[in-house]
Design a protein around this ligand. Structure first.
Ligand code: IPE
Ligand code: IPE
Ligand code: MG
Length: 249
């Protein structure tokens, strides 16, 4: 579909779309609180918004979308909230698996899958395997994900290879190091969106965000919608990415 066509008055340049959008979907709890509802309602509404944004990304032809759904640190939340979040994830996987298939979406988890209960791990593995060959878009879900944990795990695996004599320390460079990150095969995000007004990255993709463009919006995730998404993409298209170089004299 021509991505310049949409229902709002925001016109995007289809040739300048990011290849990879990463989103910190934040503000579910505060959204619920502002309506006098329990936090879980915010997560429920947030899951619906995530679904819409996934299909909008697919429709726009953006090949990679990473969603921060549960952080390593989120295990510190009350048990009931964690259980509700895991339940929502299960419901999402059951309900959307066929739709992912239909839309050519490949599902991939980054983070410590093994932290989750066995039945959820099995579901995640199943959907990953079943969608492995889909090639229209990669939906990367960050689950029990921590950026520092990812880097430390990568270093451990690398150290193991060195110990086995399979890698010589001299060979280590950025390209080789990336092979040990969860995001092997996934390009760095071009655009990071964080909702809810917080101006921090909360341990998300620490290595990969080095040259990413950031977009912060005060909108709580459950109120985020296509229009807000297009605004973020439009803002991205106005940026000049210099990667340390000089383009004008
Ligand atoms: C984001 O919303 C969802 C998760 C972290 C799982 P929050 O639950 O963090 O909502 P706030 O930030 O407390 O409003
Ligand atoms: C980041 O949001 C994690 C997710 C959106 C899944 P948090 O709500 O956990 O981040 P902090 O605690 O405000 O930094
Ligand atoms: Mg939050």
């Amino acid at each position: 579909m021509d991505s310049s066509l949409n229902n709002s008055n925001i016109i995007l340049d289809p040739l300048k779309l990011p290849q990879h959008v990463a989103i910190i979907m934040d503000g579910n709890g505060r959204w619920a609180k502002s309506k006098g509802l329990p936090r879980v309602y915010g997560h429920k509404k947030g899951a619906e918004v995530a679904k819409k944004i996934i299909y909008k990304t697919r429709e726009l032809g953006i090949p990679y979308l990473t969603l921060f759904a549960f952080s390593k640190e989120n295990w510190l939340r009350p048990k009931e909230e964690i259980e509700a979040l895991l339940e929502l994830l299960k419901i999402y996987l059951d309900a959307e698996f066929k739709e992912m298939e239909k839309n050519g979406i490949k599902f991939k988890v980054i983070g410590n899958k093994e932290d989750f209960p066995d039945d959820l791990q099995e579901k995640l593995n199943f959907v990953e395997r079943a969608t492995e060959k889909n090639d229209k878009m990669v939906l990367c879900m960050a689950l029990s994900y921590g950026g520092r944990a990812e880097i430390i795990e990568a270093i451990k695996k690398l150290a193991e290879k060195i110990k086995e004599g399979k890698i010589n320390p001299e060979e280590i460079n950025e390209k080789l190091f990336r092979k040990f990150l969860y995001t092997t095969d996934i390009p760095d995000p071009d655009l990071l969106i964080r909702t809810s007004g917080e101006l921090r990255i909360s341990n998300f993709l620490l290595f990969q965000l080095a040259y990413t463009e950031f977009y912060f919006t005060p909108v709580y995730w459950p109120d985020f919608n296509e229009e807000e998404y297009l605004k973020a993409l439009y803002s991205y298209q106005q940026r000049e990415r210099r990667f340390g170089r000089v383009y004008e004299f």
